[in-house]
Each structure stands twice: as structure tokens, then as C-alpha cells.
Design a protein around this ligand. Structure first.
Ligand code: HEM
Length: 364
């Protein structure tokens, strides 16, 4: 590493001249005093800085995950980047409490001057969504039709161009689908899994049937629910039924990728699967982090503007509440537990497969 040639000065390095000269409330231009507008601007700017950092991490994650082969060291770095984003998310959620020290009446002192600007136009937030895997046709109706119409042309073209590229969900799918060690010669893991599932469901049905305290109505209900669980497993394992459900939007990952994710979760104790399991966990947590932020944001919006429409023209808290449930990035991973079996019920792996899974721990 080279020595620095010129002395570094704190304010120059951080470009504080520019940064601290970027807060210009609009209310005074209209002869209105609105003390809290400064807070409103600074909180939003702080968010945009954190979005910038999230994108810095995400672009690096993309570059690694887009490769046809990813070694373990690189996987470790991807996980570290995702965990950093997760830490930032906790700050993002927490930061709303600062803005909530502004009362709805204080907000009304300047809100109307902001129309039609809105969080819709946070290009960095939309870039994060698109890079993670949210496509226009997966957005709720209002968002599909309207959010692009709220943007200027360069921003719109930038985001449309981004949507045409592969996103993190695509890279994850390709990486999972490449995982090689599920079938080895002479052993069909998924057939053994199917038998283990059938045994588990049959045992559970026996427990329900023989339970002395269940009323007939409750017993029938529970048996019907078990039948539904069986259908979920059938769909996971049957390529044609899986593809039908995928076409209806019930699954987002390919069948091969989802099976690999199930396998990683079932055998995560095996040394070679530790990192893949941590990667899947990090993605689930990231998804939860954004959902938590959306939820906290909608609670704050409700408190600030009640049932009014947003400055960007959406139905306001109603629209935002729908995005909370709808705009998930890795829903399939969040629902994986549906397909897990207790460790005691897992199929015994043949020695050759166990040795392959143990390879890294015992090497050298
Ligand atoms: C007084 C505080 C706030 C209010 C009343 C508010 C209100 C709203 C409303 C109503 C929308 C829906 C679009 C529209 O019709 O305008 C929205 C979207 C959004 N807001 Fe806020 N917001 C506030 C603070 C924040 C803060 C601090 C951020 C941080 C960056 C933020 C980021 C966003 C983003 C990214 C969207 C787009 C969400 C999406 O389309 O899924 N908002 N906001």
C-alpha cells in the first residue's frame, strides 16, 4: 500500500461542504415557517445514503453470484455483504422513530409543497427492489401501472434497463440448480425423501385418529389439513405439477433450485452445507428486513396522513399495506419449512454421499 502524499483534511475527505449545503426547505419560499421540514429532509437524505451503501454491497454480491462457479471464500464474502445490509436495515427501521417526533400537524405545515414528489421516486429504493428480484409484473396493480409514470424519462429508462438484466433471484436460482451432490450412483435421494415424508404423514394421521381428546369435528379438520400438506409435498416432487403452480405464481424458484434449497436445509449440519445454509438464511432475513421496514413505514404513514392519498397519488397507507405482503423477494425460501422433516425421520444417506458432504471438514 502506497503512503499518502498529501495530508488528508476531515471536511475535504467527507466533502462536507457539499453534503451540509444540500438541505433547502421549500416552505420559506412560500412565506411559511415549517421548523420540522429540516428534519424531514435530513431523515430522507440519511436514508438515501444508506440505500447507496446497500447498493454498493448488492452490486458486489451480484458480480460474484453471476459467475458460473463460486468458491467458498467468495460465498463467505457474499454472506458478509448480505449480513451488513441486514444491519443497515435495523438502522433504517429504527430511524423512523426520529421522524415520528414530528407531529401530523407539523407535517401539514409543508406537506402540500411537496406534491407530486414522493418515495415512489426514490430511484435507489426501486433499484434495490429490482436488483433483489422484484419484476414489474409481480408488483401490485397500482404499482405496475403507475410508479413508472411518476418518473422522469432518464430514471424510467434506467430502471426499465435494469429490469431486463438478471437479478439476484435469478442468480440464486442458477446457483442452487447447479448444486451437484443430491443424486449419486445407485441412490435416489428424492425417492428416499418421499418415503420418509409418507411415513411421517402416516404417523401424524395415526396420532390424530387415536387422540382421545379430539372431537370428531376437530379430528376431521386436522386430517383434511394433513391431506393438504401431502398435496404440497406432491407438488414439490412432481415436475409437471410444480411447473403448473409456478406458472400461477405459487412458486418463484425453479423446481430443481427449490429441491436443492430443501436439501441444504435438511442436511445443514453437514460441513459442506454450512455456508450454503447461511446464504439462504441471510436472504430470508434480508427479505424479512425489507418487509419489516415496509410495515413500519405504513404504520408511520397512517399516523401522519390517516386515510388521505399520498403526495405521489397512490391510495396512501392502503397501497403501502398491500406492498408489505406482496413485494417479497425470496418467498419460496421463507416457506421452506413446509418441506422439512424432523432429523430423526431423515433418510439415511449412503456412505459415499456422506463422505462427499464431509469432504471439506476432513480434508488435509
Ligand atoms: C412523514 C413521513 C412519510 C410519509 C407521510 C410517507 C408517505 C408515503 C406514501 C403515501 C407513499 C405511497 C406513494 C405515494 O402515493 O406518495 C410512500 C412511498 C414511499 N416512501 Fe414514504 N412517507 C414518509 C417517509 C418516508 C421516509 C423517511 C422514507 C425513506 C426513504 C420513505 C420512503 C418511501 C418509499 C421508498 C416509498 C415507495 C414505496 C413503494 O412503492 O413500495 N418514506 N410514502
Amino acid at each position: 500500500m502506497q503512503k499518502n502524499l498529501e495530508p488528508c483534511y476531515y471536511g475535504d475527505y467527507l466533502q462536507l461542504g457539499k453534503l451540509l449545503d444540500a438541505q433547502h426547505p421549500v416552505a420559506p419560499r412560500y412565506g411559511q415557517q415549517a421548523h420540522d421540514e429540516m428534519l424531514f429532509i435530513i431523515v430522507h437524505q440519511a436514508y438515501e445514503l444508506w440505500f447507496k451503501q446497500i447498493l454498493h454491497e448488492l452490486r458486489d454480491v451480484h458480480a460474484t453470484m453471476a459467475q458460473p462457479h463460486i468458491n467458498e471464500r467468495e460465498l463467505g464474502t457474499v454472506i458478509a455483504r448480505l449480513e451488513r445490509i441486514r444491519s443497515i436495515q435495523t438502522v433504517l427501521v429504527q430511524q423512523l422513530t426520529v421522524l415520528e417526533t414530528m407531529t401530523p400537524l407539523d407535517f401539514l405545515d409543508f406537506r402540500d409543497y411537496l406534491i407530486p414528489a414522493s418515495g415512489f421516486q426514490s430511484i435507489q429504493f426501486k433499484e434495490i427492489e429490482i436488483r433483489l428480484g422484484l419484476r414489474a409484473n409481480n408488483r401490485i396493480n397500482f404499482d405496475q401501472q403507475s410508479f413508472y409514470s411518476r418518473l422522469n424519462e432518464p430514471d424510467r429508462n434506467f430502471l426499465i434497463g435494469l429490469e431486463a438484466q438478471q437479478n439476484l433471484h435469478d442468480h440464486l436460482d442458477a446457483w442452487l440448480a447447479r448444486i451437484p451432490f443430491i443424486s449419486t450412483a445407485g441412490f435416489d435421494f428424492w425417492q428416499a425423501y418421499r418415503q420418509a415424508v409418507d411415513r411421517m404423514l402416516a404417523d401424524e394421521a395415526d396420532i390424530v385418529r387415536q387422540h382421545p381428546n379430539l372431537l370428531p369435528h376437530d379430528r376431521d379438520f386436522q386430517l383434511r389439513e394433513l391431506e393438504k400438506t401431502k398435496v404440497s409435498f406432491d407438488c414439490l416432487l412432481d415436475a409437471n405439477r410444480f411447473d403448473e403452480l409456478k406458472a400461477q405464481g405459487k412458486f418463484n424458484l425453479s423446481q430443481r433450485a427449490l429441491l436443492a434449497a430443501v436439501f441444504i436445509n435438511l442436511y445443514r449440519d453437514e460441513p459442506i452445507l454450512h455456508l450454503p445454509f447461511r446464504l439462504l438464511t441471510a436472504l430470508v432475513e434480508l427479505d424479512e428486513g425489507f418487509t419489516t421496514w415496509r410495515y413500519r413505514h405504513v404504520m408511520m404513514v397512517q399516523r401522519m396522513i390517516g386515510a388521505k392519498i399520498g403526495t405521489g397519488g397512490s391510495s396512501g397507507s392502503d397501497y403501502l399495506r398491500q406492498t408489505t405482503e406482496n413485494n417479497r423477494f425470496f418467498r419460496d425460501l421463507s416457506l421452506l419449512s413446509t418441506f422439512l422433516l424432523p432429523r430423526s425421520a431423515l433418510p439415511q444417506l449412503p456412505e459415499s454421499l456422506r463422505a462427499a458432504l464431509d469432504f471439506h471438514a476432513n480434508r488435509g
